[in-house]
Design a protein around this ligand. Structure first.
Ligand SMILES: [Fe+2]
Length: 364
């Protein structure tokens, strides 16, 4: 609640029950949400901000509804504008959003908490629980799915929509021992994130096991955020390299030449990690001075040896009807070598659509 306000020359000092904060007049005027300045239906600003007086003064201000809101009268508006406690406190500088709902993990930390039944997620509450797991751990396994591509589509459509890419939308892939040679062996795929060559790497990947008559072929998950946390603690210098040097990735073939670059640990303007991006298979050639070259190789060695160590890897052979879904901006994925037949269906979903679904369901 708001217990006191004080009009200053260019600002309004607001005293909440828990703390106090100074809001600039221009910011408050710009965020006027009355009929004249705000389109309620579309949640869009109508104000022509550039035309406002940046030195605007408050004519009068009062607390209303026992501290639930304040009303401010501005010199350029006829009616006072209401600002709710919720609006002001949710925009407080003290109210920095934290990613504390994330549980960073090593293999030992995971038991059954990442599994959820397909039928369960068909209900609203079940879907919310599923999303919570996916957000918290960076991946989940949906059990008892029908072994058909429709199951992938069903889950994808709950979150957002299927992303189209060079691989198509929904896809199926079968590795068959009769395919190439007599004995068809698939080599291990080391942990990586997909599409380091894309400026907007897919946010989620879904992989449904439709058929498994094979030996091996473990799905591997590695929490890239956990590795980042450890490297940050152990070596400021290597963390700095991994979070500042742009690593270029490319995809050449199938009639396209895609290329993008970003650091392996992608930080936002508050220096918080929001994306891990690493794919040694797709790394493009790029150079820097000798000293930095040595440091860079030291840094990726540290990162990749951790990602390839058993301690950081959750390994599981997907059974028919199990669908693995993971956050490609956080969790690296890999696959153990196998022999035999394996049929997988899957798709990508954009990161922004996953984020949107999380917000709509109050996950963060
Ligand atoms: Fe991949």
């Amino acid at each position: 609640m708001i217990r006191k306000i004080k009009i200053l020359s260019d600002d309004l000092h607001v005293y909440f029950n828990e703390n106090d904060e100074i809001f600039s007049n221009i910011w408050l005027r710009d965020h006027a949400r009355d009929e004249e300045n705000w389109d309620k239906r579309s949640s869009q600003r109508k104000t022509f901000t550039a035309a406002l007086d940046f030195k605007i003064k408050i004519k009068s201000a009062e607390i209303f509804d026992d501290g639930k809101s304040i009303k401010i009268l501005w010199p350029d508006l006829q009616k006072p504008v209401t600002y709710s406690y919720e609006f002001l406190s949710s925009n407080s500088l003290n109210n920095k959003k934290k990613i504390s709902n994330l549980k960073l993990w090593k293999d030992i930390d995971l038991k059954d908490q990442i599994y959820i039944d397909f039928e369960t997620i068909q209900s609203n509450q079940g879907y919310k629980d599923f999303l919570k797991k996916l957000y918290k751990y960076g991946f989940a396994v949906v059990t008892n799915c029908k072994t058909e591509i429709g199951s992938v589509e069903n889950i994808a459509k709950k979150i957002g929509y299927v992303r189209n890419s060079i691989f198509g939308g929904l896809w199926s892939f079968e590795s068959n021992e009769d395919k190439a040679d007599s004995a068809y062996t698939q080599e291990e795929l080391r942990p990586h994130t997909d599409a380091t060559y894309s400026n907007d790497a897919p946010g989620l990947q879904l992989l449904l096991c439709c058929k498994y008559k094979a030996k091996g072929g473990h799905s591997i998950m590695v929490d890239g955020f956990k590795i980042a946390e450890i490297i940050k603690k152990e070596s400021k210098e290597l963390f700095e390299i991994l979070s500042t040097i742009n690593v270029k990735g490319n995809y050449i073939g199938d009639g396209v030449f895609l290329e993008a670059e970003r650091p392996i640990f992608n930080l936002n303007s508050n220096k918080e990690l929001f994306q891990v991006s690493f794919n040694n298979y797709d790394r493009a050639p790029f150079r820097f001075e000798k000293e930095l070259t040595t440091k860079f190789y030291e840094a990726i060695r540290k990162f990749d040896l951790m990602a390839n160590s058993r301690e950081f890897q959750w390994r599981h052979i997907l059974k028919p009807g199990e669908l693995l879904i993971f956050n490609n901006w956080r969790v690296l994925h890999g696959r153990g070598s196998f022999e035999g037949t394996r049929k997988i269906s899957g798709c990508y979903i954009n990161k922004e659509d996953f984020d949107s679904s999380c917000r709509m369901n109050d996950i963060y």
